[in-house]
Design a protein around this ligand. Structure first.
Ligand code: VOV
Length: 247
């Protein structure tokens, strides 16, 4: 049997994708819309306060295209915390104008493929990456992925050394995008339909295309990567969210 990579886990993650029922939103009276918008702003402030006090991190982006209209990404200490956020949001007036288009449940994950001989939890950089403040870059790109388990190409039957070599090459491509793209890899084996969630942040959406394309030629993606749907969009601040909802 091949040796499993050791993984470190941090905050739990919920990507909550919503579509807006624009017909219902238009049909609502001004007062209902005002109440909904105020309540939404209160939620955004509460999530910012959670972030400020180190309880977690949240960020909101539009989604371009018909898959959804926006995504709320939350990181919190426990699954219960994520559930509480989701339920509280669902009870708001604004949520009555949304439908759930997709969601993804996972946990921030780092693996030991490229680790040094040290206790990773003594390394403050690693600890910070497990409980990250989510970037507020202009663009987000999210997609779920698997590593293949076909008879011919089975990631899980490769030796640790073979996987380490490929992950080193993967890491080198990734590092050449330092300062352009930030990645948060969340593990979802046992939590959702794919094995990982890939969340990328950048101030230039084209860098997503360039990075992902370059990785397609790298063996770990070329041979073993399987991908779900891609979601891309831009940052929603409290102001731009309000502007988006204005009729
Ligand atoms: C911004 C770029 C970037 C950088 C620097 C980077 C680096 C690294 C390192 C150093 C490591 C290993 C240690 C760890 O940190 O876990 C990883 C790990 C991982 N990656 Fe990565 N990755 C990037 C970016 C990046 C992208 C764009 C993708 C999607 C792949 C594609 O083809 O679309 C991806 C996937 C993953 C996955 C699924 C894992 C876990 C694999 C496993 O089997 O456990 N990743 N990744």
């Amino acid at each position: 049997m091949s040796e499993a990579a050791l993984t470190l886990e941090g905050w739990y993650a919920l990507h909550d994708f919503r579509s807006i029922n624009w017909a219902a939103w238009r049909a609502a009276d001004d007062e209902t819309r005002a109440v909904a918008t105020d309540e939404l702003q209160e939620f955004l402030s509460a999530w910012a306060a959670d972030e400020e006090s180190g309880k977690g991190s949240s960020t909101v982006y539009t989604v371009v295209g018909q898959k959804a209209d926006f995504v709320m990404m939350h990181l919190r200490e426990t699954l219960e915390d994520l559930n509480a956020i989701e339920n509280a949001f669902n009870k708001t007036t604004f949520a009555q104008f949304t439908t759930k288009s997709y969601s993804y449940v996972s946990v921030v994950e780092l693996s030991n493929y490229l680790g040094k001989d040290e206790d990773p939890m003594q390394n403050p950089q690693i600890v910070a990456r497990l409980k990250p403040v989510l970037p507020k870059n202009q663009y987000i790109c999210f997609y779920p992925m698997n590593k293949k388990r076909d008879l011919g190409d089975n990631w899980y039957m490769l030796s640790m050394d073979e996987r380490k070599t490929m992950m080193r090459s993967h890491g080198m491509i990734g590092r050449s995008y330092a300062g352009k793209v930030k990645q948060i890899i969340t593990g979802s084996v046992g939590f959702d339909d794919w094995e990982w969630g890939v969340t990328l942040f950048s101030d230039d959406a084209l860098q997503f295309k360039k990075l992902i394309y370059e990785m397609r030629f790298d063996e770990v993606s070329a041979r073993y990567g399987e991908f779900g749907s891609f979601y891309v969009g831009s940052l929603l601040t409290p102001e731009s969210f309000e502007a988006m909802l204005k009729l």
